[in-house]
Write a protein that binds this ligand. Structure first.
Ligand SMILES: C[S@@+](CC[C@H](N)C(=O)[O-])C[C@H]1O[C@@H](n2cnc3c(N)ncnc32)[C@H](O)[C@@H]1O
Length: 273
């Protein structure tokens, strides 16, 4: 049996990949991410039958390789997420929704990854608002493979360990046969959710509309202060006055000079008219 030497990712190639990633997504990959970048791109090299990262970087530089540049971004985004992540946020939201007076509630999960956050929100809204108020949720992300998974809404059952049993039984379908060990979010909640590709570092599409609640959690962590200010400043016009913005618990927005006020840990209210 023959052996094949693993290609090495050189500093120059790594820097070029980092530059591409930053240009397309705004994400800065530090030196510490080099092994991760090498391992995530290795499969891609193999499937393109390339033996060196320098060949891959040369391919990425070609003007006709937009699709491959998007693939790199898909491969290098960190999509970790799970149901009821940072659960205190959903308790806060439940209380806030009890006071909601409108007829329609619109929620946006602006870095939704593979959809667990969207469907957690959907369960909380279904339980709190039921059919009393019309509600819907938009999930957006830059990563196309994550968005595909979100739309299909099939997850390994282990990923549902934080899901309270009553919600699991009420809103999820348990896979049988070939689908054993998986669950799918039921049609009632899937019908309330839609998904689309949206890059947080680009201007918002004019047709996006306005939301009463925006979740922007665990994406700002990749940006410096100026990047955070830019992104949140761009999102705020899409948040109703008085609307709520949720960020990750490690992503404070203090001191950025934005028209928001803190109302709970990592929850802000839009204070602009
Ligand atoms: C760690 S996941 C967070 C998922 C979920 N919000 C949560 O808290 O569990 C971060 C997500 O941000 C997305 N992301 C990173 N940069 C982005 C950008 N410029 N535009 C849109 N999404 C981006 C990634 O693709 C990834 O799915």
């Amino acid at each position: 049996m023959g052996t094949q030497a693993l290609p090495l990712l050189g500093d120059r190639e790594f820097e070029q990949i980092c530059a591409l990633m930053q240009q397309v997504s705004g994400i800065r990959l530090g030196q510490a991410k080099k092994p991760l970048v090498a391992s995530r791109l290795l499969k891609r090299l193999r499937s393109l039958d390339l033996s060196a990262y320098s060949d891959y970087v040369a391919l990425l530089a070609r003007p006709d390789q937009d699709e491959e540049r998007r693939t790199v971004v898909d491969l290098l985004t960190t999509n970790e997420t799970f149901f009821f992540r940072e659960a205190a946020h959903f308790d806060f939201l439940r209380d806030a929704l009890a006071r909601f007076q409108g007829r329609e509630l619109k929620v946006w999960s602006a870095a939704c990854s593979s959809g667990e956050e969207v469907y957690t929100l959907a369960m909380v809204l279904a339980e709190t608002l039921g059919k009393r108020i019309d509600w819907n949720i938009l999930g957006t992300d830059l990563c196309r493979s994550a968005l595909k998974a979100a739309a299909v809404a099939v997850y390994p059952v282990e990923r549902a360990r934080n899901l309270p049993q009553p919600l699991l039984h009420r809103y999820c379908l348990q896979g049988v046969g070939e689908q054993a060990g998986r669950l799918q979010i039921g049609p009632e909640l899937r019908a309330r959710a839609r998904f689309g590709c949206l890059n947080l570092i680009e201007p918002l599409p004019a047709a996006l509309g306005r939301f009463h609640v925006i979740f922007l959690r665990n994406a700002l962590i990749y940006f410096d202060e100026a990047g955070k200010r830019d992104i949140v400043g761009r999102l705020l016009p899409a948040l109703e006055p008085g609307g709520l913005l949720f960020v990750g618990h490690s992503e404070g927005l203090h001191g950025l000079g934005l028209p928001i006020r803190a109302v709970s840990p990592a929850v802000y209210q839009h204070s602009a008219p």
